[in-house]
Design a protein around this ligand. Sequence first.
Ligand code: ZN
Length: 184
Amino acid sequence: MCDRAMSGHARGRRAALPRLLGLAGGLALAMGAPWAAAEGPATLAGIPKPGAMETCPVCGMLVSKYPAWVATVVYKDGHAHHFDGAKDFFKYLQDLPKYAPGHRREDIRAMAVTDFYGLQRIDATKAWFVIGSDVLGPMGHELVPLASREDAEDFLKDHKGRRILRFADVTPELPGKLDRGRFE
Ligand SMILES: [Zn+2]
């Protein structure tokens, strides 16, 4: 987290104000925000935020402590599950019977991750993910979400990343490999 705050990256600095506004807006929206997801832009402004005591279904950690890393799955009936990083989000998707018994992939309405630079919620299926970088999340090595290819390439250079992946490139084995510090 310190790494992010101290980054000399221009885009990161410009993101400071929207970050503050975003936090304030999140408080104002709180519960029951209208669903703002739609076709087009990847940003998911209206996606629910984790409650103060909500825990990650994969690792059990409090998600609200890590707003810069939150990933979210929203089901068609409106309820959501939150994660303290994209890695646990992918682990969950790949084994719903284990982490969310009774839930079905086809009932998922939207999936969001948090853009590293802009700290906005973005559509996970449209995000770019960098692995193998020097930026660690709450659960160690991460798939760091970026909003665009350009951002992903900048991040990869600035943070010694190994690879850039799209949503569909994330294999079932990858999250476990990241846990072991393997990035191939
Ligand atoms: Zn977790």
